[in-house]
Design a protein. Structure first.
Length: 82
């Protein structure tokens, strides 16, 4: 089941909701219960194993996160800043 982000038009809160592909039921706000929701455009999460891209992911060095086998930090931030 895909996970979508919705902004409630009633209370303004954002909710992440698992939605079944063929469900006819409208998702409801986790905060106020309203079904008047606006679907938001989300970024996809990508996980790289082995020799990944030269740029490191946000939050730390690729090596420290186990995403690459480089002997030294990447040339691009955030590794270059460490």
């Amino acid at each position: 089941m895909p996970l979508f982000e919705y902004r409630c038009r009633e209370c303004g809160e954002i909710s992440e909701i698992l939605v079944q592909a063929r469900s006819k039921e409208k998702p409801a706000c986790e905060h106020c219960g309203s079904t008047d929701l606006e679907k938001l455009l989300s970024t996809a999460a990508v996980h790289v194993r082995g020799n990944g891209p030269a740029a490191c992911p946000p939050g730390g060095c690729c090596r420290d996160l186990g995403l690459c086998n480089r002997p030294e930090p990447c040339a691009k931030p955030p590794c270059a800043e460490n």
